[in-house]
Design a protein around this ligand. Structure first.
Ligand code: IMP
Length: 498
């Protein structure tokens, strides 16, 4: 006899709808905040929050350093994937931590190269302004597209055509973007090289970027005002990986595993807790009450919930294990509440795998998640570390699971003997930059909270009313019984009536 058979089917997020609460001027979208705890922390200075309830999945095709920087600037966080060498993951964390908004690490040129060669570099990089530095990295001058004519000066050197140091406005040791902006405005220049005391070039500030860069009100940082950097770890090489990440001052780590209810994960979390008590660890993934308790007992400060629902996931088909994400969140959130009553500790929950649309996000939050982790959503964006492809006249980006053959090449060489894959490889439609997409998603989440009559995620947890809907209701909730004309992919051939 099995230990347990549940005859009630488990539910997915798409099967629920939210009922409205009382909407007032206090719950207007502008009054709503989506700030949410990233992890539980006893220490005041380590109380990390996200300003949007979304993080990107720890996957090779999703979360590299560019995603890490841009998403933190927009209020979320990207879990830098661990299916890469320790050195390259640590370098990504370093880059996020040392990122200074608006301060660009420029491509430099030596003074002796010819204008003709410089022009090739210009075409290759797309940059039109280059700082010129000597062999010790000291700033010598600037060359811009206005300083040469390709036909007249092809054989001149960059040093001969550059604007020399004496005629360039420079900033010394500046790290405040507003100060850089003030100098640029007063000098009527469009670019400001930043030098150290010895004259070495540290970075450049471009006027065209400045207003963009000052415009990130939701940015999440550490106590030293650097961007928050978070990373995935695994249960195999954590003894080497975690110290390397800590050296680069990673803020939070998350154990990456499709089945978190395991003694390997317990050992990993306990080890980090003993060696680095100030470093919060997120555990997961679990889908049962027992799994949640097990990880929290080991020291997990947040728990990822979900198994088998990811868009690239074939775990359910391959192993027959999994649970609808809505049911998993409900069960784990009930247990989290019991645990909170017993201990006073609130463990944030992360809904992970199969969260595809804004309505999924809101339902996951309403059921008890504090934020969602998404792969497919972010894989479509410019900041994902993949190249765009044109397929059947559509611009696409590749997206593959961490358990797919493609990602496992990395794992297999090192750890796994597994004979089967748990994920697939595919394409998703390219959709532009994060800043072209996230604002709309966030406005929709806020509109949804407004309709529910709540001002934040904590209130949503207490006041949300949800209802399971029938397949017919789902049909009714979509466009039906009309031929859609605007905003559709179908080509419509209009003809004049006879
Ligand atoms: P998505 O947002 O639906 O694309 O799901 C992303 C999530 O799927 C990740 O955060 C992981 O939890 C999970 N995942 C990533 N790679 C695999 C895989 O290869 N097999 C199964 N699940 C995966």
């Amino acid at each position: 006899m099995p230990k347990k058979i549940i005859f009630e089917p488990s539910r997915t997020l798409a099967e629920f709808r939210l009922l409205p609460g009382l909407t007032t001027k206090h719950t207007a979208p502008d009054e709503i905040t989506l700030r949410t705890p990233l992890v539980y922390s006893e220490q005041e200075e380590k109380k990390y929050y996200l300003n949007i309830p979304m993080v990107s999945a720890a996957m090779q095709s999703v979360s590299g350093q560019q995603m890490g920087i841009e998403l933190a600037k927009m209020g979320g966080a990207a879990f830098i994937y661990c299916s890469q060498s320790i050195a390259s993951q640590a370098e990504m964390i370093w880059k996020i931590k040392h990122y200074k908004a608006g301060f660009v690490e420029p491509r430099t040129l030596p003074p002796h190269i010819k204008i003709r060669e410089m022009y090739d570099i210009r075409k290759e990089t797309g940059y039109s302004t280059f700082p010129v530095v000597d062999s010790r990295g000291r700033f010598m001058g600037l060359i811009t597209k206005w300083d040469y004519d390709l036909f007249l000066h092809a054989d001149n050197t960059v040093g001969e055509r550059m604007i020399p140091l004496e005629q360039v406005e420079v900033g010394r040791n500046i790290s405040d973007l507003k100060e850089a902006n003030r100098i640029l405005l007063e000098s009527h220049k469009s670019v400001l090289p930043i030098l150290d005391d010895t004259g070495r070039l540290i970075s450049m500030v471009f006027r065209k970027d400045i207003y963009d860069q000052l415009d990130y009100p939701l940015e999440v940082h550490d106590e030293k005002k650097r961007l928050l950097a978070v990373a995935a770890i695994n249960t195999h090489d954590y003894r080497d990986r975690v110290p390397a990440l800590v050296e680069q001052e990673v803020d939070v780590v998350s154990v990456d595993s499709s089945d978190g209810h395991s003694s390997y994960q317990k050992d990993t979390i306990e080890w980090v807790g003993r060696k680095y008590p100030a470093l919060p660890v997120i555990g997961g993934n679990v889908i049962t009450e027992a799994g949640f308790r097990y990880l929290v007992k080991a020291g997990a400060r947040a728990v990822k919930v979900g198994m088998g629902g990811g868009s690239i996931c074939i775990t359910q088909e391959q192993k027959g294990t999994g649970r609808g994400l809505a049911t998993a969140i409900i069960k784990v959130a009930e247990e989290r509440e019991k645990h909170r009553k017993e201990t006073g500790i609130y463990i944030p929950l992360v809904a992970d795998g199969g969260v595809t649309s804004t309505k999924d996000i809101t339902v996951a939050l309403a059921l008890g998640a504090d934020y969602v982790m998404m792969g497919r959503y972010f894989a479509r964006m410019e900041e994902a570390p993949t190249e765009k492809l044109v397929v059947n006249n559509r611009v696409m980006k590749p997206y593959w699971g961490e358990g797919s053959a493609r990602a496992r090449e990395w794992h297999l060489k090192r750890y796994y003997q597994s004979k089967f894959i748990e994920g697939v490889e595919g394409l998703v439609e390219y959709t532009g930059r994060l800043r072209d997409n996230l604002p709309e998603t966030l406005v929709k989440i806020k509109a949804s909270l407004s309709t529910c009559g709540v001002r934040n995620i904590a209130e949503l947890h207490q006041k949300a009313q949800l209802e399971l809907i029938s397949a017919l209701s789902i049909r009714e909730g979509k466009v039906h019984d009309i031929m859609q004309t605007g905003d559709t992919n179908d080509t419509i051939d209009y003809q004049k009536p006879e």
